[in-house]
Ligand binder design. Structure first.
Ligand SMILES: *Cc1c(COP(=O)(O)O)cnc(C)c1O
Length: 368
């Protein structure tokens, strides 16, 4: 039996014909710009999340870059981010011309260690980028307290559409800006790349508006050097069709996660800590074991599409070799990179698929 990580056909369900029809109309009418479909999706996404403003951009990476520029990050500034995240979080800081300052992860939550972030503050710190990794919301109070109204907080919520911390605060909604990705692998998937910046600050939204349109205030009036990075209308059509089902999908992911946690109880493995009152949206379900590579081979042989996210922490990636970071500097991040493995998780997973994954993992440890 094969257990896959994605099922795009199921994501469209009985909406497929309607989506194709809408795309057809958009193609024939030349509805390719930010008008109508993108604007509508921005409004719907902002309302769904409970924020004032949303601006669609080309990718989650661009969302981070544009948000950092919009909050005033410039060359010479330092920006704090976790050492265990997807490459894009830190690439965006570097692309903004700022100096990324990494901090280690908490060994239980796998999220940025906020005390370590406090210790990393300097005169040059301009912003903090908390990452709601794997779909678990990092409570923002402590981060906002650190920022103390002086630093910007740009949330990387690329893996956390719909996640909420134990206080019910939704990932991406409380920082100066929140950044989302609609890459096909994410909980809300475009048919290609897409991203979104959300903010409660109308002026910041306007600044992002200019920066995603080559710095134009109105046509031919370029007031700042910007990017050309807009969410595409065809992607907005796909995303609008899916948004209404996202909360239900997240619930289905949570049910699979519960089944994994129950089914794998008693084995010599660990999981990302889950608080009963939080809303973890399980972009990834991570299992931790010192025998990770062996288990990965075993699961793949059993037809289980398990993968490693992410095998090389930021500070050991070749792209950042000139930053002066060294092995051993962020021991928790390094250990997570060595020991974490993602089990397949997606909405609509059948019980027998979950059972096959659980059986396969149990057999690995029980047979030895
Ligand atoms: C996917 C992702 C991004 C980047 O999003 P893209 O749309 O792929 O550019 C940034 N941060 C994290 C944590 C991600 O998972």
């Amino acid at each position: 039996m094969r257990v896959s990580r994605y099922d795009y056909e199921a994501q469209f369900g009985d909406q497929l014909e309607q989506v194709v029809e809408t795309i057809r109309d958009a193609l024939l009418q030349g509805r390719y710009g930010l008008d109508s479909d993108v604007r509508r999706f921005e409004e719907e996404f902002a309302e769904w999340l409970g924020v004032g403003h949303a601006r669609g951009v080309n990718t989650g990476t661009d969302a981070l870059l544009l948000a950092l520029l919009a909050v005033g990050v410039r060359p010479g500034h330092e920006v704090i981010a976790p050492a265990n995240t997807f490459h894009a979080t830190v690439a965006a800081i570097a692309l903004a011309g700022a100096t990324p300052v990494l901090v280690d992860a908490d060994p239980e939550t796998y999220l940025m260690d906020v005390d370590a972030a406090a210790a990393a503050l300097s005169e040059r710190t301009r912003a903090i980028v908390p990452v709601h990794l794997y779909g678990k919301a990092l409570p923002l109070d402590s981060v906002l307290a650190l920022a103390d109204g002086r630093l910007a907080v740009v949330e990387d919520a690329a893996q956390a559409h719909g996640a909420a911390d134990p206080a019910g605060e939704r990932a991406g909604a409380r920082g100066h800006a929140g950044c989302f990705s609609f890459h096909p692998s994410k909980n809300l998937a475009a048919a290609g790349d897409g991203g979104m910046i959300v903010t409660g600050d109308a002026e910041l939204a306007e600044d992002v508006d200019r920066r995603r349109s080559l710095g134009q205030r109105v046509q031919n009036d370029h007031v700042v050097v910007g990017l050309n990075s807009k969410l595409h209308a065809l992607q907005a059509i796909v995303l609008r069709a899916k948004l209404g089902r996202l909360d239900g999908w997240n619930e289905e992911r949570r049910a699979v996660a519960r089944a994994y946690r129950t089914g794998l109880a008693g084995l010599p493995v660990a999981f990302q800590r889950a608080d009963p009152s939080e809303l973890h949206v399980y972009h990834l379900f991570q299992l931790r074991t010192a025998r990770r590579d062996e288990l990965l081979r075993h699961l793949r042989a059993e037809g289980v599409d398990a993968v490693v996210r992410y095998p090389v922490p930021i500070h050991l990636q070749p792209a950042f070799a000139d930053r002066g970071w060294r092995a051993g500097q962020f021991p928790v991040a390094e250990r997570l990179a060595r020991e974490l493995l993602c089990l397949p998780i997606r909405p609509g997973m059948e019980e027998r698929e979950v059972e096959h994954v659980v059986w396969s993992v149990r057999r690995f440890f029980e047979v030895g």
